[in-house]
Design a binder for this molecule. Structure first.
Ligand code: HEM
Length: 548
C-alpha cells in the first residue's frame, strides 16, 4: 500500500458519502467518478495487500497458528510476560519462522546470526516502519531516531564524539559522585533500623539514578535535584501501560500511522517535556557548557546544531540512556537476590580488590582493565546477554531483497539457505529470549544466568557466529548501533560495584511480593510484582546495610 493510501482510505469515502446527500446531476457524476477512484486507490490496494499477505509473502515458511484474525499474535506480545512466547515458538520452529500481525499480515521472526547481521547492516534496505517513524517524530521531532540515510549519519557524528571511551572516562567522576550519594542516602535510611534492612522499590530508585547520570553528564543539569516538571513528565511518559485498548490502538496506528498526529495527551506531554528541556539547554548554552560543577560534553558537541534539532536529540538520549541502563541494573539486583551464591562471589571479589588497593576502586580498574575485577565483568556480560532491556529490534524492508542464512531452513519441503523478502515486510529480531539466549546458539544452559560462562573457556562455536562485539545483540548492530555503550558499561560497573560492597539484596520479605515478572512497558522490559501487574513497574527487594 502506498503512503497516501491511509489518507485516501478515509477522505475519499467521506467525500463520496457527502456527495450522496447532493441531488444535482453533477454530484452524481462526481460520485461515480469517486467510486472508480476509491476502487483503484483503496479497495484494490487492500485486496492486493490481503492477497500478498496470505499467498505471497513468506510463502511456505512455517509458524505458529494465528490465535485471532484481528490481533494476530500481537496481543500476546504486549500482554504476556515479555518475550515469553518466543521460548515456546522457538522449540517448534527454530531460528526463522513466521508469525502474524493484525489482519493476518505475516511477520518474519529472525534469529539466524547471518540473517540478523544482513538486515541490521543494510540500513538502506531495512529501515524503521512508517508507524514507528511517526511515533518517534511526535516525541523527538526531526531527531536522529527518526532520520535515515545521510541525514541520520550527519546527526550521529557529533553525538558520537560525546560518548567515546575517552569522553566517558572524563565524565566518570560524576558517576562515582552519584554512586556515593546513593550509598549515603541508603545507608542513612537503613543504619538506624533494628535489622539494618528494609524493603525498597529498587526499580524506582535506580531509574532516578540513571536519569540523573545522563542529565548531569549530558546536559549539565540534575533532574533529581530540580523542582521543575521534567522528572514528573518523564515518569508519566515512561509509565504508559499496555492493555487491550492500547494494543488495539497500536494495531490501528500501525496501519494508519498518520493518526499519531491527532493531538492527544501523550503528544502534549512530549511537547511540554521538549519545551522544558529546551529551557535547560538554552540556559547551559548561554552560561557555558561548564557550569554548576557539571561539564556537558553532549551540549558542547551538538551546540552548533540547529537549536530545535539539538533539543529533540537531547530528549531522545535522555530516554534511550536512562530507561535501558536502569532496567538492566534493576534486573541484575533481582537475579543476585535469587542467586545469593553469585551475589556473595561478586561482593567477595569487589571487597577484596578494594582492600588490596588502599580502599579505592578507580574507573580504570572497573572499565579499562580486563583482569582487575573479572567476575564483575562476567556478571555484566551475562546481564547484557540475558536481561536485555530492549527485547527486540524491528525493521521494515524498503525494497525487495534476499536474506542469507547461516543455518538452512525448510520452506515448502525444500532445504534453503536464504529467504526472499518483499518491500513492506516487517522483520522482528528478538534479543531477550531470542538471539542472545537461544539454546540453538548458546547450548542447553543458554536461557540461564550463569556469569561463569564468560570465564570458563570459549563460548559455543554457534554463539561465536553472532559476529558482533561481545556476541550479543543487546546494543543492536549496523548504522543504528547504540551510541551509549561505553557510558552504559561505566554506569553499570560503577553503580553495581558500589551497591554490592555496602548492601545485601534479597527477595522482598513480604510473601505476596516475592514473585517478579517482566513486562514490556514502552520499548523496554520492566519488573512487576506477579498478581499486582496493574500497579505498574516496581521491584520490591529487601536491602540490608552491610557495615563493611
Ligand atoms: C544497557 C543499556 C543500553 C541498551 C541495552 C541500549 C540498547 C540500544 C539499542 C538496542 C539500540 C538500537 C536500536 C535499533 O537498532 O533500533 C540503541 C540505540 C541508541 N542508544 Fe542505546 N542502549 C543502552 C544505553 C544507552 C545509553 C547510556 C545511551 C546514551 C546516554 C544510549 C543512546 C542511544 C542512542 C542515541 C541510540 C540511537 C542510535 C541511532 O538511532 O542511530 N543508549 N540502544
Amino acid at each position: 500500500m502506498s503512503r497516501a493510501t491511509p489518507y485516501i482510505t478515509i477522505l475519499l469515502p467521506a467525500l463520496a458519502l457527502w456527495l450522496t446527500t447532493r441531488e444535482s446531476p453533477l454530484a452524481a457524476y462526481f460520485r461515480y467518478g469517486l467510486y472508480l477512484v476509491i476502487f483503484y486507490r483503496v479497495t484494490f490496494p487492500m485486496i492486493e495487500a490481503l492477497y500478498l499477505w496470505n499467498f505471497v509473502w513468506l510463502k511456505g515458511l512455517a509458524g505458529p497458528k494465528t490465535p485471532s484474525l484481528i490481533f494476530g499474535h500481537m496481543a500476546n506480545f504486549y500482554l504476556k510476560e515479555c518475550n515469553s512466547m518466543y521460548n515456546e515458538w522457538e522449540k517448534e520452529f527454530g531460528l526463522v519462522y513466521r508469525i502474524r500481525s493484525s489482519f493476518n499480515e505475516p511477520m518474519l521472526v529472525l534469529m539466524d546470526p547471518k540473517g540478523v547481521s544482513h538486515v541490521l547492516n543494510n540500513g538502506d534496505k531495512y529501515g524503521r516502519s512508517e508507524a514507528t517513524k511517526q511515533a518517534l517524530q511526535a516525541a523527538f521531532p526531526g531527531g536522529l531516531f527518526v532520520k535515515d540515510g545521510e541525514e541520520h549519519r550527519r546527526q550521529r557524528r557529533p553525538i558520537n564524539t560525546a560518548f567515546t571511551v575517552t569522553a566517558v572516562e572524563e565524565l566518570s567522576d560524576t558517576l562515582f559522585d552519584l554512586a556515593d550519594q546513593m550509598r549515603e542516602t541508603w545507608q542513612a535510611e537503613l543504619e538506624g533500623l533494628p535489622s539494618q534492612s528494609d524493603i525498597f522499590n529498587v526499580s524506582r530508585r535506580i531509574q532516578v539514578l540513571t536519569t540523573d547520570a545522563v542529565s548531569r553528564t549530558g546536559f549539565a543539569y540534575s533532574i533529581a535535584d530540580s523542582s521543575g516538571p521534567i522528572s514528573d513528565l518523564l515518569d508519566r511518559l515512561r509509565g504508559l501501560e499496555d492493555n487491550h485498548f492500547t494494543v488495539l490502538l497500536q494495531l490501528i496506528l500501525n496501519k494508519l500511522p498518520f493518526l499519531v498526529n491527532i493531538p492527544n495527551p501523550a503528544t502534549r506531554k512530549w511537547k511540554t517535556l521538549w519545551n522544558e528541556l529546551g529551557k535547560v539547554a538554552d540556559d547551559v548554552w548561554e552560561n557555558g557548557v561548564v557550569n554548576k560543577g557539571f561539564h556537558s560534553k553532549l551540549l558542547e558537541a551538538i551546540g552548533q546544531e540547529q537549536r530545535d534539532l539539538a533539543i529533540s536529540n537531547i530528549a531522545g538520549i535522555l530516554f534511550a540512556g536512562s530507561e535501558t541502563t536502569a532496567n538492566i541494573i534493576t534486573e541484575t539486583l533481582h537475579k543476585l537476590s535469587l542467586f545469593p551464591e553469585i551475589q556473595n562471589k561478586l561482593r567477595a571479589e569487589v571487597v577484596s580488590f578494594r582492600e588490596k588497593n588502599g580502599g579505592v576502586i578507580t574507573y580504570e580498574d572497573l572499565c579499562t582493565s580486563t583482569t582487575a575485577l573479572p567476575y564483575l565483568d562476567a556478571v555484566m556480560k551475562e546481564a547484557l546477554r540475558v536481561l536485555t532491556s530492549v527485547p527486540q529490534l524491528s525493521r521494515e524492508a524498503q525494497q525487495e531483497d534476499i536474506i542469507p542464512l547461516e543455518y538452512p531452513i525448510t520452506i515448502d519441503g525444500k532445504t534453503v539457505t536464504e529467504i526472499h523478502i518483499h518491500p513492506g515486510q516487517t522483520i522482528h529480531m528478538p534479543t531477550r529470549d531470542g538471539v542472545n539466549t537461544t539454546p540453538r546458539l548458546w547450548g542447553p544452559t543458554g536461557k540461564q544466568f550463569i556469569p561463569e560462562r564468560w570465564l570458563d573457556g570459549p563460548l559455543p562455536d554457534d554463539a561465536l557466529n553472532i559476529r558482533i562485539p561481545g556476541h550479543v545483540l543487546t546494543f543492536g548492530d549496523g548504522n543504528r548501533l547504540c551510541i551509549g555503550r561505553s557510558f552504559a558499561f561505566a554506569e553499570y560497573k560503577i553503580f553495581l560495584s558500589t551497591l554490592i560492597q555496602h548492601f545485601e539484596f534479597g527477595l522482598s520479605s513480604r510473601e505476596e511480593e516475592k514473585e517478579i515478572v517482566f513486562h514490556l512497558t514502552g520499548p523496554t522490559a520492566k519488573a512487576r510484582v506477579k498478581g499486582k501487574e496493574q500497579d505498574g513497574a516496581q521491584l520490591p527487594l529487601t536491602v540490608k546495610w552491610l557495615a563493611t
